[in-house]
Design a protein around this ligand. Structure first.
Ligand SMILES: Cc1ncc(COP(=O)(O)O)c(C=O)c1O
Ligand SMILES: N[C@@H](CCOP(=O)(O)O)C(=O)O
Length: 469
């Protein structure tokens, strides 16, 4: 399996190189050169099988021959052995034909763990085989950071630098990033928004000298391996409720578009999905884009679903590439326009292709609270605010297909919002009982790429080894 960049000029790479590259060298995102297919019998056969077995079958074609089957299987088993629920991603029925897919039973209580636990093992494996170290950078609006810290803490081959928007993540999310005590973890509180943090990460990748000097690698969903691991739960969940014979739609709380792009990838691999529904909070760039055809960034508004407080939705570029017939030049033009003017107009045929598979809806703060309250009162089920955004959108997009809403975080990560909405203060799982009393360690930095690079060069063992060589 080879991978190509959405911007067309970066080298075609195999899986192990894409895994370590993160962002492509032309600024684009890697996608598989061709989509592997799974036939109907294979998909139906996923029902009732252990999650790790489904993961192996879905992931194996993307890895090609770069990692042996035995090593891949061992890493998958180990990654999902760290989850608190034996099913890894259980489906909870919430209505006659409605389910919440609980993706928050991993070590940091958000769906990011599903991919990050495997990504860390894959990276360590490839780095060990090559005798290399890497400098890992990540931007987070709250959950990717904690998941990365948990997955990479103590790894001898990586130093991890997580940029988070100072004062814009929940206290639980912050502690998960700042209290690991691991020497190879650096939490950086940036004076800015998540979009600023993500722009800093991309600027570091686009500086070839810095990138090479520090052996830079990324853990955001710009890294193909993150998306790859997230495809699995679409197959597992759909098969468990009767796919491929039963019609199924998914509603996905969306920010950086990685999670829903994984659903699109599952569809391209043969999973019949009726509709993929993008659910946004008041940071509704994707909902506006699908409605008007104009992708236009406005200021970020802080909401009670902070992990979705995003305007520049990185993985939308992957969809533009696919829906536009893999026209890398067109993607380049759109991305240049975004950089210069903060907006672009989606070409009409591309927009039509997107609308053929996707719907989008927005939920404001009052409706998010009302949904949390309603689910608590009527079903004794406590939704986290991100999942509540999606449940509210799903209710407005009911068709005759079975609806699966992705439950992306545990409500205990956002206790203040839940308490305000329904009076309940969700408790942290016993595994996290001491989290909020652990000492914190983080560094505050300005929204300045020079300062961030300087910090990384001073603290990355890969950079220091490179400088000494
Ligand atoms: C809890 C939660 N829900 C939803 C999202 C949005 O997912 P994506 O960025 O893949 O669209 C995020 C952040 O990514 C998140 O942390
Ligand atoms: N919501 C995310 C933002 C980064 O998304 P990613 O999936 O690209 O890592 C977060 O919680 O950090």
């Amino acid at each position: 399996m080879k991978y190509v960049s959405t911007r067309g000029t970066a080298p075609r790479l195999g899986f192990a190189d894409v895994l370590l590259a993160g962002l492509a060298s032309d600024g684009g995102l890697y996608v598989p050169e061709t989509w592997p297919g799974l036939d109907k019998a294979t998909i139906a056969g996923f029902a009732g099988r252990p999650y790790a077995d489904v993961a192996f079958d879905v992931i194996k074609p993307f890895v090609g021959g770069d990692i042996s089957d035995q090593a891949l299987k061992a890493m998958i088993d180990d990654a999902y052995g760290s989850f608190r629920h034996p099913a890894v991603a259980p489906l909870v029925q919430t209505g006659a034909n409605e389910y919440v897919l609980e993706l928050f039973h991993g070590p940091t209580m958000a769906f990011k763990d599903v991919a990050m636990q495997l990504l860390a093992r894959l990276m360590d494996h490839v780095l060990a085989e090559r005798g290399q170290r890497a400098t890992i950078v990540g931007a987070t609006s709250g959950d990717t950071g904690g998941a990365a810290v948990s997955a990479f803490a103590g790894s001898s081959r990586t130093d991890v630098f997580i940029l988070f928007p100072h004062g814009r993540v929940s206290p639980v999310q912050q502690r998960q990033m700042t209290s690991s005590g691991a020497d190879n973890v650096h939490a950086l509180a940036v004076d800015g928004t998540f979009d600023d943090c993500q722009a800093l990460v991309k600027a570091m990748f686009n500086d070839t000298r810095f990138r090479n000097a520090s052996a830079l690698s990324g853990v955001n969903s710009i890294n193909w391996a993150r998306i790859m691991a997230q495809i699995v739960y679409y197959f597992a969940a759909a098969a468990s409720v009767g796919a491929p014979e039963r019609k199924i739609s998914f509603t996905v709380p969306t920010g950086n578009f990685g999670d829903i792009f994984a659903g699109y990838a599952a569809q391209r691999m043969g999973l019949p999905i009726e509709r993929l529904i993008i659910a946004t909070n008041e940071n509704d760039i994707l909902e506006r884009s699908l409605k008007t055809g104009v992708y236009e960034t406005l200021g970020v508004r802080p909401t009670m679903s902070p992990s979705m407080d995003i305007q520049v939705s990185s993985n939308f570029e992957r969809l533009l590439f696919e829906a536009g017939g893999r026209d890398a030049e067109a993607v380049n033009r759109l991305m240049q326009s975004l950089q210069q003017s903060g907006s672009f107009t989606i070409p009409p045929e591309t927009l039509a292709a997107i609308r053929a598979g996707f719907d989008a809806g927005r939920t404001d703060e009052a409706a998010t609270s009302a949904t949390i309250r309603h689910y608590n009162d009527s079903r004794a089920y406590v939704l986290d605010p991100h999942t509540a955004v999606a449940v509210s959108v799903a209710e407005r997009h009911r068709g005759d297909a079975t609806m699966i809403v992705l439950g992306t975080a545990h409500p205990a990560k956002f206790p203040a919002a839940i308490k305000a909405a329904c009076g309940v203060e969700p408790a942290l799982p016993a595994t996290h009982a001491d989290l909020m009393t652990k000492p914190e360690d983080f560094t505050t930095l300005a929204n300045d790429v020079g300062q961030v690079k300087q910090f990384i060069l001073a603290h990355s063992r890969a950079a220091q080894a490179g400088a000494a060589a």
